[in-house]
Design a protein around this ligand. Sequence first.
Ligand code: ADP
Length: 612
Amino acid sequence: MRFAKPKVLIALAVIAAGMLIWAVYLTAQKRAADDVHATAERQLRMIAVDLESLLERYETLPFTLSFHPDVIKALQHPDSSPTLFALNATLEAIQRQAKVSAIYLMDREGHTLAASNWNQPLTFIGRNFAFRPYFQNAFAGDSGHFYGIGNATSEPGYFIAQPVYAAPAVRSGTPIGVIAVKISLAEFEQTWRSSEDPIALADRSGVVFLSNREAWRYHSIEPLNDAAQLALADTKQYAEKSIAAISSLPKADSAGFGPYVGKHVGRLQWQLMLFPSMARIQRAAMYAALSAALVIGLAAISLLAMHQRRRRIEERLESRRALQQAAEELERRIGQRTAELLEANRHLEDKYAKLQETEQLLRSTQDELVQAGKLAMLGQMAAGITHELNQPLAAIRTFADNAVTFLTRGQPDKAQDNLGHISAASARMGSIIGQLKGFARKSQNKVARVDLGRAIEASIMLLETEFRRLDASLETDIAEGVAVSGDMVRTEQVLINLLRNALDAVDALDEAGQRHISVSLRREGDEAVVRIRDSGHGIAADAVAHLFEPFFTTKPSGKGLGLGLAISSSIVQAMNGQLSAHNRSEGGAEFILRLPLQSSTSRQDGSQLVSA
Ligand code: ADP
């Protein structure tokens, strides 16, 4: 429906243009017809004036001649050859001078007595023209006029006749004869040849006798009735010709004009007619209509061009507007996005703060856990340690008793020996207690240089009793001076935990089982690697996936809490290290502890879990 309107407009415009062109055509046709008719009228008037003057020029010639004494004399003496001969010569001379077709004299019977063409084969002499109206009129005392085809010569002509009286001055009574002049209009007709439009001269009854259209000559404008035909035959006006109507007479035009302009000329009430060319009118109208069409077409084209230009400008404006809108939309979206991002950032900051809090909590929890694990381990080791301390204590008691005995016996040397033993035993106890104190102490989590070899030795020492109790052999292969960054106590805690698990593993073996544990320390690349192997049954298949999870244990309750590996792994991770385990092909488990060597570690604070 959106496009229906312009279509209707275009249709209306086309109809309007068509009507306008048609109006221009009609107007132009009317104007052209007016012009053409005006021109035709003018031309016709000129032709009429020419014709009138031609006819009038000779009007007086027969009248003048009727006074001529030779004429009168000839009529009075028609048998006198010399008289007639002289007249013939006179008439011929006048005819030549006046440039008329013929001059001739008839007696009262209509017989031609003398003629200017007396010496020509078709001479009028001897002929009788009494039947001609001009003779009859002239004989009746009037002047006679007639146009017709010559009875003798078959040439058409205009005849003017005057009566001749015996006493010309009086001009009364019966005429003694008639003198006539024949004028040819052929030359006059010739002047019409140049006219493009048909020109015709018709007599009173509508028979065309002069025309620049050959086919029109001796044809009537309208079909003649019988009476008219009879009258023509009587006067032999057009000889024996039968007069038919003109077949292709131009039709009346549409501008309201008749087919011709007409004018009466001469004494015979001739009708002079000029048929202006309709084609010229049509042509003029057509040119005007074409020009109008051209102008309208040009106007339409320029309107179209203007319209398109405007549309293009509108489109450009529209696209600019759209662009601006898009830019605004983009800006709005960017604003929105920025706000969202700011919001998200704020959330993130919140979360980060919470995370930091959590981390703090986690770290302190971990510290607690480490401590708890350590205390648990101490509890587990308590029996062994008690035994360890009991032994030197019992020895001390024995040595002291012995020393007392030796002193009473007066053997101070031996007593001194025993005192020396006591001192050694108590020193050993002191060192065990010192180790325990150090281990039990809540670690300050200080980063320091940890000599891994020494840590391994200290751990083994704390478990010596266990090794002995279980009759487990220990093999160590410790590289010298391997140091890492971390906390001594925590490192020992990891090692003791791994060793205790190894001891538990070999403890599970029956009597026949080989109870063997090996510990090695090596440098591998920029790492310190501790391997603890045992000859136990290895890690149970369903335990592998859960080994480092807290509270995961396969041991009977009271023996294991399932915290050892979980705590150890978190301590190792905090030291940027790695703790892994696998079963060995030859049986038993192997735990591998990897820690960055001190020189190569970049992290000074090994306890950090989350990097800021
Ligand atoms: P717990 O020793 O209290 O059970 P751990 O976390 O130290 O807790 O050990 C978890 C589990 O890992 C043990 O219960 C055991 O099943 C397995 N495991 C640890 N060390 C060894 C080992 N050397 N040989 C076989 N299994 C082991």
